[in-house]
Design a protein around this ligand. Structure first.
Ligand code: SAM
Ligand code: SF4
Length: 333
């Protein structure tokens, strides 16, 4: 291929300019909706090295990707993760390097992340009650996460957003408290609907809370102004009147956003998933390892993968088994 296309465009004319890269399947928490308690993690040699991650991101940026989100597992428990952030942060053509984290390592790492060029951080918090937080994450320490959020605020990222999964009878009574916490800290918050990923027998129908219900509940307490902001993803935003806070509602069960989908996901094993809710993927690891000095096979495979990006996803809570049985920690959130 003599000339690289400037952009990755799929068969429906959607331009892919955003990648989400999971750099580890490991985590220091075991959130109920994300991982099994006795999770078996991948052997080291089946996970992309940090050098391979950097090489992949470089190739995607050459192909017109302007936004990269690093996720996991918990990305900040990967040894030497800061090296990768520095490498990616320097890439010409990349406009936004962002991160999704559980916040447990931020007191130690927030400053370095900011220096490496990370612009915005999403921090997952499902409860502000320590015992409940421990129950949901199985081992997480809420105080460590709250200190991590304070460290991130002090460092001065362009944006900090909390991510919250509400579950009926578990933490759905905390929607207002979590929003108030975000308002007090002058940061944003998004509510993510629980997705049917992971363990087959988890009774998600019983714990599922729709964002429509959450929005109604919050409107009883706050004046919310609809915002037209979009990231090409499944989020709708509202501004809380007289505050610096925006509330996002991420509703992956709605199909409305698929037509403007601008993203693909790469797992820590180097699988390129073209849609969060579908099985369509290609394996990038062999292309990286078989061609250590030559990026062309990788580039061609990525360009060709655009022809199999599905039109939309297929989540259905009424089914006996999840549409896609894949742990979030594997795919990356
Ligand atoms: N460990 C980091 C964290 O927790 O932010 C990054 C990875 S985690 C897989 C990314 C996001 O996925 C988190 O906000 C988490 O709440 C969300 N998540 C995990 N499993 C989910 C599920 N089954 N449904 C909806 N969101 C889920
Ligand atoms: Fe770990 Fe994040 Fe999954 Fe929780 S949601 S188990 S913090 S990867």
């Amino acid at each position: 291929m003599d000339h690289l296309p400037q952009k990755l465009t799929d068969q429906f004319g959607r331009q892919v300019d955003y990648i989400r890269l999971s750099i580890t399947d490991r985590c220091d928490f075991r959130c109920q909706y994300c991982m099994a308690e006795d999770m078996t993690f991948l052997p080291r040699n089946e996970v992309l090295s940090l050098e391979e991650c950097a090489r992949l991101v470089k190739v995607f940026v050459k192909l017109g990707v302007t936004k990269v989100r690093i996720t996991g597992g918990e990305p900040l428990v990967r040894k030497n993760a800061q090296w990768l952030f520095k490498e990616i942060g320097q890439l010409n053509g990349l406009k936004e390097l962002v991160l999704t984290t559980n916040g447990s390592q931020l007191t130690k790492q927030a400053k370095q992340l900011h220096q490496a060029g990370v612009k915005r951080i999403n921090i997952s918090v499902d409860s502000l009650i320590p015992e409940r937080f421990k129950q949901i994450t199985r081992i997480g320490d809420l105080n460590k996460v709250l200190s991590g959020i304070d460290s991130a605020i002090q460092v001065g990222f362009e944006g900090i957003k909390l991510n919250t999964v509400l579950m009926r009878g578990i933490n759905d009574d905390e929607a207002t408290d979590l929003v108030q916490y975000a308002i007090d800290k002058k940061i944003d918050i998004s509510f993510i609907e629980e997705m049917p990923l992971g363990e087959v027998n988890h009774a998600r129908k019983n714990t599922f809370v729709s964002n429509t219900d959450t929005l109604k509940r919050l409107q009883d307490n706050y004046t919310l102004l609809p915002s037209t902001e979009t990231t090409g993803g499944p989020a709708k935003y509202w501004r809380v009147a007289n505050s610096d806070t925006k509330i996002g509602f991420i509703s992956p069960h709605s199909h409305n956003f698929c037509e403007s989908c601008n993203r693909v996901r790469i797992t820590c094993k180097g699988e390129l998933y073209l849609c969060l809710g579908q099985e369509d993927k290609i394996e990038l690891m062999p292309l990286l390892r078989d061609n250590p000095e030559n990026d062309m096979p990788l580039i061609e495979a990525i360009i060709n993968s655009m022809t199999i990006k599905p039109k939309g996803h297929d989540f259905d809570l009424q089914r006996a088994a999840p549409a896609v049985v894949r742990f979030m920690s594997h795919t990356g959130g």
